[in-house]
Design a protein around this ligand. Structure first.
Ligand SMILES: Cc1ncc(COP(=O)(O)O)c(C=O)c1O
Length: 385
């Protein structure tokens, strides 16, 4: 099946839906068993049947199965947020005395978790240049237990050569973990590119409507039980109502993302022609240094990109951002609406530096007509002067 057909049919097991088009919301804490024997012989490693509400219900399983199948992974587990997906994945592979390699361009809370929690638990975290590729081999130590990637990087959008990193890591039996929120299961087939554990903030495009916080970890067969056990040990679980909404959002990820990508490219191209703009950070553009890798590995682009402005004071930046009428100022992305933030990537670097001379902004392009978004950006950019 082509992926749009798959998206329409996955997660709809007729034995469980009993004829409804969508998987109903199954709510429960307790699952009752027909007799003592079946209770006593329940399989503690079976995370796809009803045992106890914390491990999921058919609503959870439907969502998890749909994401895993779309991405081409073995199994998936839903967790309460994208950050929970990151932290559970990291805790699975890094224990006291271990060494962990993390891209310098990681989502800021990933880095904070490494600094505040992992280091306190005796894990040596080393950040690497996101453009390192096969050079990752030089940083691998005898106690390296995982390489963590994010492509493209948060805020600065460097495209990582994940297959090159994975080839080196796998030769030493080290798993590759990747925050693939930007690529999504729809545009990036992680497992065909060497990822062993794919981490998504489902909060973004999977849910797609800015109304649910959720994470989902998709793994290959080898990593499944270690990851699933960590999630169980932490007691992470998600509500079936949220899973219902997440699966409902996921059904339309294809049309949303294709449209949002087209809108984003239109807006990004327009921005590139503006005198106030130094650089647009968007691997989908031919001018981007990561374009060749993006084209090789991805089937499309998210509608999230960065823009480096020409040198401007904070007051000028604020005048521009505050003048926007169609872009909300706020965290997150992947919903149907456009957003802007003005982050400070330079504060979250140690292996590399970020000093482009002008402010960096991040735009999320929604489903609005791009002509309206461009008109809004134009009137706001005029305020920058
Ligand atoms: C790249 C990336 N990964 C993970 C997350 C975390 O997702 P959540 O907000 O669901 O914890 C975010 C959130 O902004 C993100 O941008």
């Amino acid at each position: 099946m082509k992926k749009d057909t798959l998206l329409t049919h996955i997660g709809r097991d007729p034995a469980r839906t009993q004829g409804t088009v969508n998987m109903p919301v199954y709510r429960t804490s307790t699952v009752v068993f027909p007799d003592l024997e079946s209770y006593e012989t329940r399989d503690p490693d079976d995370f796809k049947s009803m045992r106890y509400g914390i491990h999921g219900t058919p609503t959870t399983f439907a969502f998890e199965d749909a994401v895993a199948r779309m991405e081409g992974g073995y199994q998936a587990v839903a967790v309460p947020s994208g950050l929970a997906a990151i932290t559970a994945a990291l805790c699975t592979f890094a224990k006291n005395g271990d060494h962990l390699l993390v891209t310098d361009s990681a989502y800021a809370p990933t880095r904070l978790f490494c600094e505040r929690q992992l280091r306190a638990n005796g894990i040596e975290v080393e950040y690497y240049d996101p453009l390192i590729g096969a050079g990752i081999g030089r940083l691998i130590k005898p106690n390296t237990k995982a390489v963590f990637c994010e492509a493209p990087g948060s805020l600065t959008f460097e495209m990582q050569d994940i297959p090159a990193i994975a080839a080196v890591a796998h030769a030493r039996n080290i798993p590759v973990l990747a925050d693939t929120t930007w690529g999504t299961p729809y545009f990036f087939r992680s497992f065909e590119h060497g990822v062993d554990v794919s981490i998504h903030a489902a909060t973004k495009y999977i849910v797609g409507h800015s109304d649910v916080l959720m994470g989902v970890i998709v793994t290959n067969k080898k990593c499944w039980l270690p990851v699933r056990h960590t999630v169980a040990d932490f007691g992470y679980c998600v509500s079936p109502d949220d899973c219902y909404l997440a699966l409902r959002g996921f059904r339309t990820i294809g049309v949303r993302m294709k449209q949002q990508m087209a809108n984003a490219i239109t807006v990004a191209n327009w921005l590139q022609g503006r005198a106030e703009v130094q650089r647009v950070l968007f691997p989908a553009l031919e001018s981007d240094p990561g374009h060749a890798i993006w084209k090789r590995d991805f089937e499309g682009a998210a509608s999230l990109f960065g823009v480096v402005l020409q040198p401007a004071s904070h007051a000028q930046l604020a005048a521009f951002v505050d003048a926007l009428k169609l872009f909300g100022i706020g965290s997150s992305w992947g919903g149907y609406e456009s957003l802007i933030t003005a982050p400070h990537p330079e504060k979250m670097r140690s292996a590399t530096t970020w000093n482009p001379g002008g402010p960096t902004i991040r735009l999320h392009i929604g489903l609005e007509d791009p002509a309206d978004l461009i008109a809004d950006l134009e009137q706001a950019l005029n305020r920058l002067h």
